[in-house]
Ligand binder design. Structure first.
Ligand code: FEO
Length: 409
């Protein structure tokens, strides 16, 4: 298993996971990678490890560069087990002179592993580790996306090792951004942001400002998941600036589940109404759309409409799942509405509306309900709701959809 030299004497020594399909609720249908990096200098440093089942991948790649016992320092940017799962084995094999991590990282390390005799040294923003020709500048990246998270910056190479930041869950044989389709790369980066980092958007916006104020020169960003940004790292920084402000585009989503296609007919009528305004709109049936793919679209949508029929005095389970997941990720500044068909009680639309209000998302109108199977006349309120939503999106005067995701506008 070959390492890849990403900079002079700095190597990618990670692992590619072609098989993972679920990352605690996030559909990783394109797999993922666990990136680790080795800097060979007067002192040798290994930045992060890999998920435990991939430990031998790491070892094989290291052996192609160096005898692992020659590693002096381990830098642990984050303790989540997809990056630290091989830490114990690595410490035992390498016997490092020092293990560098954040203060919170040291606490997490003690929580996960028996660290009694480990040579741990905590670091914070401003601390510098000399490797010889190169140096490592540590940068707190708290809540990107755990309290322990930090970045490692090597100024001599203008290289930012960013741990979970700027990552994508995408297994590829390629290692660099310019070797893959840019549209797919940005889509995977947006999905990663929407499903892992959206919740921390205010903190990420501040971190980006701090990095800009520090004037760091960056010509390569090496995350711990997915492709390395060497061609245009500014593209992903600009995208994060947009996403962290949750800037919307002129896009609407009609997300629904249905039992006997009555709620689906309402969804299509709302869709038609939105389309009357010329706004880009997507119809997303939860029976065939994963919650994490819905959230990717929510990231830059201005309007999101939720539909469910009533089952056992409540909403359908897939809609309850989506709303629960969405609540945790805290999207902001959306125009919302709810709808649903019913036979005799019809609580679901009101329940969905109540949950959206609890998330501080504004409802443009009262829930729209249709009894039994809708006909052309009873679908009229749905078309009118769609037109009202479409008009509100137009009046918000937003950029067209897709520009925010793909271009970082
Ligand atoms: Fe990729 Fe938070 O671990």
């Amino acid at each position: 298993m070959k390492p890849v030299e990403i900079k002079d004497n700095i190597y990618w020594v990670g692992a590619v996971d072609w098989n993972i399909r679920d990352f605690h609720g996030y559909s990783t249908y394109k797999g993922s990678t666990y990136n680790a990096y080795l800097a060979k200098d007067e002192k040798v440093a290994l930045f992060d490890t890999v998920k435990k089942p991939f430990y031998m991948d790491l070892v094989h790649r290291l052996h192609n560069v160096i005898d692992p016992t020659e590693i002096d320092y381990l830098v642990v940017n984050h303790l989540e087990p997809d990056h630290s799962g091989s830490l114990k084995d690595t410490v035992e094999a390498v016997k490092p002179e020092k293990i560098y991590t954040s203060v919170m990282g040291a606490k997490s390390m003690a929580g996960y592993y028996k660290v009694d005799n480990w040579p741990i040294e905590t670091v914070k923003t401003g601390d510098v580790l000399s490797l010889g020709k190169n140096s490592v500048h540590f940068l707190d990246a708290r809540m990107v996306h755990w309290p322990d998270s930090m970045f490692s910056y090597i100024p001599e190479e203008k290289l930012l090792i960013s741990n979970d930041g700027f990552g994508q869950h995408w297994a590829t044989s390629e290692r660099f951004d310019d070797q893959v389709d840019n549209g797919e790369l940005m889509r995977q980066a947006a999905k990663y942001y929407a499903n892992i980092l959206m919740l921390y958007s205010p903190l990420i916006a501040k971190l980006l400002e701090k990095v800009a104020d520090m004037g760091l020169e960056i010509d390569m960003i090496a995350p711990d998941h997915g492709l390395i940004w060497r061609n245009n790292p500014g593209q992903i920084i600009q995208a994060y600036q947009t996403w962290s402000k949750q800037k919307a585009t002129a896009k609407a989503l009609v997300v629904y589940d249905t039992m006997w296609h009555s709620t689906e007919a309402m969804a299509k009528a709302i869709y038609d109404g939105i389309l009357d305004s010329g706004v880009s709109v997507q119809l997303m049936n939860l029976a065939c759309t994963h919650r994490s793919d819905v959230m990717t679209e929510v990231l830059d949508a201005k309007a999101v409409v939720f539909g469910s029929p009533t089952l056992n005095n409540g909403m359908l389970p897939r809609m309850a799942d989506l709303l629960h997941y969405m609540r945790g990720l805290k999207p902001t500044d959306k125009i919302c509405a709810t709808f649903g068909s019913y036979g005799w009680s019809g609580e679901a639309p009101k329940m969905m509306a109540a949950q959206l209000e609890e998330m501080n998302l504004s409802l443009i109108d009262e829930p729209v309900r249709t009894m039994w199977a809708p006909n052309h006349d009873s679908l009229k309120p749905c078309r009118e709701l769609g037109q009202k939503i479409g008009q509100a999106v137009v009046e918000a005067n937003l950029p067209p959809s897709c520009r925010a995701i793909y271009c970082g506008d």
